[in-house]
Ligand binder design. Structure first.
Ligand SMILES: [Fe+2]
Ligand SMILES: [Fe+2]
Length: 357
C-alpha cells in the first residue's frame, strides 16, 4: 500500500511514512526461523552465559521513563523544515527499533531452543521499550505511529539467517555508534539539545551494544559464517550497503543536523570509524573509509539517489527514463564503493567487547 492510500485508510501521516519501504527506509525482516532455532551455542557457551546473565539482570529496566530531565518541546514554534526533519529522524529510528522488536519477538514465539528463545525474548523486550519511548515522544506532538497497523501493513523482506546476522549485527552496532556519538557531542554542547530524547541515548545505546554482542556470538558458533570466501564477499556487501544508506539518509536532514551543531560528513565518518573498529571482533574484512574513493563514491551515490527521487516524482515517460538512468548511475556508484580494496583483519579469539566510546 502506498503512503497516500494509507492516509485514505485512516492512518496518520507518520504511520504512512513508517509503512513505506523504499531503498532507504528501515525494513521489516523475516527469515528461516527453524534454521535459527537449530543454532547450538556450545562453542561460545562461557561468553554466551555471561551476556545472557547481563541481559537477564535488565540494567535498563528503569531507564525508559520520563523524569524531570524530560522538558517540554515547543513543536509549534519550531522552524517547519527542522520540525519535518526531526520527525523524519524519529519516525525512521522508531521504524528501525520496531523492526528489531517484530523480528526478535517472532523468533522467540516460533523457537523451541531455550538459549535462542531467552536471548530473543530479552532483545524484543528492549526494542519494544525503545520503540515505545520514541512513540511517546511523537504522541506528545500528536503524531504517534500506529504500531499495530505498521506490523500488518509493512512489507517484510526475507533474508536467510546468515544475512540476518550480518544486517542485524551491523544495524545494532551502527545504532550504538550513532547514539553514543550524538550523545557525546551533546554532552559538550547542551545548548544544542533540541529534544529531550537525546538525553536518554547513553544508557539506551548500551542495549544496542549488547544486542550486537549477541549476534557476534551467534556468528562465532560457525566459522564458515564469517571466514568462507562467499561470506567475506557478502560481509563486504553489507558493510557498504549499511554505511552508504546511512550516508544518503543523514544528508537528507541538513536542518536537523545543523540544529544539533553536527557536521554530517564528519559525523558519518566518525560513526563508520567506530563501527568498523567494533566489527573487527567478528568480521575479517574492513572498509577502507580513508581511501579517497570512498568519500567520492558516497557523494556519487547520493547524487544518483537524489536524481532517482526527482525522476520518481516527475512520473510519466520522462520520469521512467530518468529513473532508469539514475538507477544505473546508483548501481555504478555502489559497485565503485564495493570494489575499493578492503582491509583484512583477524578477529580475536575472544570476541567480547565492552562499550568504550
Ligand atoms: Fe533498540
Ligand atoms: Fe537493538
Amino acid at each position: 500500500m502506498n503512503a497516500r492510500a494509507d492516509v485514505r485508510a485512516g492512518v496518520n501521516e507518520t504511520t504512512a511514512k513508517a509503512t513505506e519501504t523504499t531503498l532507504l527506509d528501515p525494513r521489516f525482516y523475516t527469515t528461516d526461523f527453524d534454521a535459527l532455532d537449530r543454532i547450538d551455542v556450545t562453542p561460545v557457551r562461557a561468553e554466551w552465559d555471561r551476556l545472557i546473565a547481563e541481559m537477564r539482570s535488565d540494567p535498563n529496566r528503569n531507564h525508559f521513563r520520563k523524569t524531570e530531565a524530560w522538558d517540554a518541546t515547543d513543536w509549534e514554534s519550531m522552524d517547519p523544515q527542522l520540525r519535518r526533519e526531526l520527525v523524519d529522524f524519529m519516525v525512521s529510528s522508531l521504524t528501525a527499533e520496531f523492526s528489531g522488536c517484530v523480528l526478535y519477538k517472532e523468533m522467540k514465539r516460533r523457537g523451541s531452543n531455550p538459549d535462542i528463545c531467552e536471548l530473543f525474548n530479552y532483545m524484543a523486550r528492549d526494542e519494544a521499550r525503545h520503540a515505545g519511548f520514541i512513540n511517546d515522544a511523537l504522541r506528545e506532538a500528536g503524531i504517534a505511529v500506529n504500531l499495530g497497523f505498521l506490523t500488518k501493513a509493512k512489507k517484510y523482506t526475507y533474508f536467510r539467517p546468515k544475512f540476518i546476522y550480518y544486517a542485524t549485527y551491523l544495524s545494532e552496532k551502527i545504532g550504538y555508534a550513532r547514539y553514543i556519538t550524538i550523545y557525546r557531542h551533546l554532552e559538550k554542547h547542551p545548548e544544542r539539545i533540541i529534544h529531550p530524547i537525546f538525553k536518554w541515548f547513553e544508557q539506551w545505546c548500551n542495549d544496542e551494544f549488547r544486542h550486537g554482542e549477541a549476534f557476534a556470538l551467534l556468528m562465532r558458533t560457525d566459522p564458515r559464517l564469517t571466514q568462507s570466501l562467499s561470506s567475506r564477499l557478502w560481509i563486504r556487501f553489507f558493510l557498504v550497503a549499511v554505511f552508504s544508506v546511512m550516508y544518503v539518509r543523514d544528508h537528507a536532514r541538513p536542518a536537523f543536523h545543523e540544529a544539533l551543531g553536527i557536521e554530517i560528513g564528519a559525523y558519518d565518518h566518525e560513526v563508520f570509524r567506530k563501527t568498523g573498529e567494533i566489527a573487527r571482533q567478528v568480521f575479517p574484512v574492513e572498509i577502507d573509509i580513508d581511501n579517497p574513493r570512498w568519500q567520492a563514491g558516497l557523494e556519487r551515490l547520493r547524487r544518483a539517489m537524489l536524481a532517482m527521487d526527482r525522476a520518481r516524482r516527475r512520473g510519466g515517460i520522462a520520469g521512467f527514463l530518468g529513473r532508469m538512468a539514475a538507477g544505473a548511475r546508483s548501481a555504478a556508484a555502489f559497485a565503485g564503493l564495493y570494489l575499493i580494496p578492503v582491509r583484512r583483519s583477524v578477529p580475536p579469539t575472544n570476541p567480547r567487547l565492552v562499550p568504550s566510546y
